[in-house]
Ligand binder design. Structure first.
Ligand SMILES: [Zn+2]
Length: 158
């Protein structure tokens, strides 16, 4: 159903139908999620040729096409590479609920990794404290999830 809201924007809803689905996250994706869920530890994978560490782990190094098998822990802390603050509510695909705004989303270079990891970032009351290069750390959920939800969000390190 398509409706027009008070601002004149069209919104579309898919109704109440469920859309169940499953997909395999692979060998390394499984280890990554399990380590996160059981030990609050973030795993990367190291390329034997160029020595780059990727998080989350994947099977092949993009720049040198080398198969990777060595899982290595990386820090749950790092620095902000890029971020945005979202102020427009939309449905969270994880929960089906509207996510409270404002909230942040960013790319982080975790200590020990060579690529960027993306996740939510907590927006401080003073938004000017968020800046590229600021140190952040993962805040873990008290609940165990078989997904990235084990990390609630990243927050600034004082
Ligand atoms: Zn490589």
């Amino acid at each position: 159903m398509i409706e027009e809201n008070k601002q004149g924007l069209l919104t579309m809803s898919s109704g109440e139908g469920s859309q169940p689905y499953n997909y395999a996250v692979g060998v390394y994706g499984s280890r990554f999620i399990q380590e996160l869920r059981d030990h609050h530890r973030i795993l990367g994978i190291k390329c034997p040729k160029c020595k780059k560490v990727y998080v989350p782990p994947r099977q092949v190094c993009g720049p040198c096409y080398t198969e990777m098998t060595e899982l290595v822990p990386v820090a749950s802390e790092g620095k902000i590479v890029s971020f945005t603050i979202l102020r427009f509510q939309f449905l969270d695909p994880e929960t089906g609920e509207k996510k409270p705004v404002p909230y942040g989303y960013g790319f982080f270079k975790l200590d020990g990794a060579d690529n960027n990891f993306q996740h939510f970032i907590e927006v401080p009351e003073d938004e000017s404290r968020l800046w590229i290069g600021a140190r952040v750390k993962a805040v873990f959920s008290d609940q165990k999830y078989n997904s990235l939800k084990t990390i609630r969000h990243f927050t600034l390190v004082d």
